[in-house]
Design a protein around this ligand. Structure first.
Ligand code: SF4
Length: 426
């Protein structure tokens, strides 16, 4: 039987799909050459926003026709959406044959041997110990170091669909990083929903960064995502500053610049505290690039509170911000708040946020013009095969002239122009 996995959502899902790929290969399944060649179509899904779930349902409805010509063709729902509503979707007869939750991937081959079915239990210990995912990404590897989240931010579905935090054993992480490095991947990102709360035996997250750097001498660039501001310790800032393998970038979701909203979001920090962490990072690593996530139109957000967020954005000047309008998710605390913001106002605020950030990003990217940067060339540019593209150490996309021979290499190049999102280099 041949399989194909479609992945939606965050890098955790990309990493999980690599793990699932490895589990299926071990069990004797084969990767398909495109959809027409597929017997088992797996959707690894995201529930963070309503839109992401609707896209998957649309895809499933487009693909179920294949069952007529191929009665053995199966559709499998994996990931957060399976965990959240998988059983119900099977019963609604939308064409889904199996729903497998985030802690049940080991059982996937066994479940696929049955006609239909689901496996959605949480397993508070499951970290897929001793399973090595097959990294299929371009030139960058994502290595999961912990799963789940204990924070219960009031808007977030993740703790409800991914369970509580548990960290992967060090030796598994080490083997995973070694295997990626031996496959010529020079840029490694450690992943977790709350990556800097990693703790395995006596090893804290800053210790982990140090230990991996020492134990894998060939490792070149090390990153991590996503960090929670409350777990950003002085020790982590210090390690980022002294360890030359750790890249000069951090993704640190702020979500809002208003203390009233941060409190209702259950984020466990104030804007002042968040800003203090940014200052500590910038004092220790002056050229660090800082990216963030922001939510517009959280329930009860007043005009004045929204303005506080815009002011915070101007004060901090993020290199980039992923801006979203608030999306209510059933089962989360914020979805039951009575003071929901009308959709039109949420959209309007989102637009203002995006426009402000675009100006800031453009200014910050243009400030790079004339500088020489190191780019890890990952592929041809999306627009033209006459150009190649990659990332700088501080996580900026760069496009430059070059050819296939440079893909997979590190190049030093001068920035000659910039847009709000791309450095144009020589
Ligand atoms: S830290 Fe908050 S936003 Fe991040 S995954 Fe956990 S609950 Fe969700």
């Amino acid at each position: 039987m041949k399989f194909h996995i479609e992945t939606y959502g965050c890098q955790m899902n990309v990493a999980d799909s690599e793990l699932i790929h490895s589990i299926l290969l071990d069990a004797g399944f084969q990767p398909a050459d495109g959809l027409d060649d597929t017997d088992i179509l797996l959707f690894n899904t995201c529930s963070v926003r309503e839109h992401a779930e609707q896209r998957v349902l649309g895809r499933i409805s487009n693909e179920r026709y294949r069952k007529k010509a191929k009665p053995w063709f199966k559709i499998v729902l994996l990931g957060c959406m399976a965990q959240r509503i998988g059983q119900r979707l099977i019963e609604e007869d939308l064409g889904i044959d199996y729903a497998i939750g985030v802690d049940q991937y080991r059982a996937l081959p066994h479940i696929l041997a049955q006609e239909t079915g689901s496996a959605l239990d949480f397993d508070s210990k499951e970290v897929y110990e001793q399973l090595l995912p097959i990294h299929q990404g371009s030139r960058c590897a994502y290595v999961t170091i912990m799963r789940g989240c204990n924070n219960f931010c009031s808007y977030c579905i993740v703790p409800h669909v991914r369970g509580r935090e548990r960290s992967r054993p060090y030796l598994d992480i080490l083997h995973d990083v070694q295997s990626a490095v031996h496959n010529d991947m020079l840029d490694i990102s450690l992943l977790g929903q709350n990556v800097n709360s990693f703790h395995s035996r006596d090893l804290s997250f800053p210790d982990l960064l140090q230990k991996i750097s020492e134990d894998v001498p060939e490792l070149y660039r090390l990153r991590f995502v996503t960090s929670h501001p409350k777990d950003l310790s002085d020790r982590l800032v210090e390690v980022m500053a002294i360890n030359p393998k750790v890249c000069e970038h951090i993704h640190l979701p702020m979500q809002s610049g208003s203390n009233g909203i941060l409190n209702r979001m259950n984020r466990s920090y104030t804007f002042e505290k968040y800003h203090g962490r940014i200052q500590a990072l910038r004092n220790a690593i002056p050229h660090i690039s800082i990216t963030t996530d922001l939510i517009a139109g959280f329930p009860g957000e007043t005009d004045a509170q929204f303005e506080e967020t815009l002011k915070a954005m101007q004060e901090i000047e993020f290199d980039y911000a992923f801006c979203f309008k608030y999306s209510p998710r059933d089962g989360t605390e914020a979805a039951s708040f009575e003071d929901q913001i009308p959709e039109a106002l949420r959209l309007d605020r989102l637009q203002r946020m995006i426009e402000l950030q675009r100006d800031i990003t453009l200014r910050k990217f243009r400030a790079q013009i004339g500088k020489v940067v190191e780019v890890y060339v990952e592929d041809f540019s999306k627009k033209s095969k006459a150009q190649i593209s990659g990332k700088t150490r501080d996580y900026k996309i760069a496009v430059l002239s070059g050819d296939e021979s440079q893909i997979g290499k590190l190049v030093q190049t001068r920035v000659i122009d910039a847009t709000a999102g791309t450095l144009i280099c020589e």
